[in-house]
Design a protein around this ligand. Structure first.
Ligand SMILES: [Zn+2]
Length: 165
């Protein structure tokens, strides 16, 4: 990709990336997210239920590449494909598991773009008529609040196929 080569880095020195910790099978230190939130592992991408819920869109999912890229500026084409194929798979699973009316994705870069996790990620939101997603804000959740959403998505997603990218 021609755009690669200029990097915009905001992760502080010594950053222990929570997404990379999840990919490695560990629970990220100091984060609410644990392995119990992971709903799908593809060879190049991983999906987990977000630790923060929007009031009318509970159970939204975050999809990350298994390799570390901070943002859209340094993302590889291979990782972009893997992340968006998994986002699509999650979206279809959400339609079944949550019976939502629609799906929205959101992706943020740099502090001005409201990025706070310094590992490229795509949010996949279940949408409902009049849900006010863009006019509302998120709140932290407990593992118990997230579990039914993670369980329902895992049931709908099934196990990864061996040949998947
Ligand atoms: Zn990372």
């Amino acid at each position: 990709v021609k755009a690669q080569g200029r990097r915009y880095v905001h992760a502080p020195p010594g950053y222990v990336c929570p997404a990379c910790e999840l990919v490695a099978g560990r629970n990220p230190a100091g984060e609410a997210t644990t392995q119990a939130d992971v709903v799908y592992r593809a060879p190049r991408a991983l999906a987990f239920v977000s630790a923060r819920f929007w009031p009318n869109n509970p159970g939204h999912v975050v999809v990350v590449p298994t390799r570390h890229y901070e943002n859209i500026f340094d993302l590889s084409g291979t990782a972009a494909l893997a992340v968006h194929l998994l986002a699509q798979r999650v979206a279809l699973a959400m339609k079944d598991a949550y019976a939502c009316g629609g799906i929205s994705t959101r992706q943020h870069n740099e502090p001005a773009g409201q990025q706070t996790l310094w590992h490229y990620h795509v949010h996949v939101f279940p949408r409902y008529p009049g849900d006010g997603l863009y006019a509302s804000d998120s709140a932290p959740t407990t593992e118990e609040e997230r579990r039914p959403y993670a369980d329902a998505l895992r049931r709908s997603l099934g196990a990864p196929a061996a040949a998947e990218g």
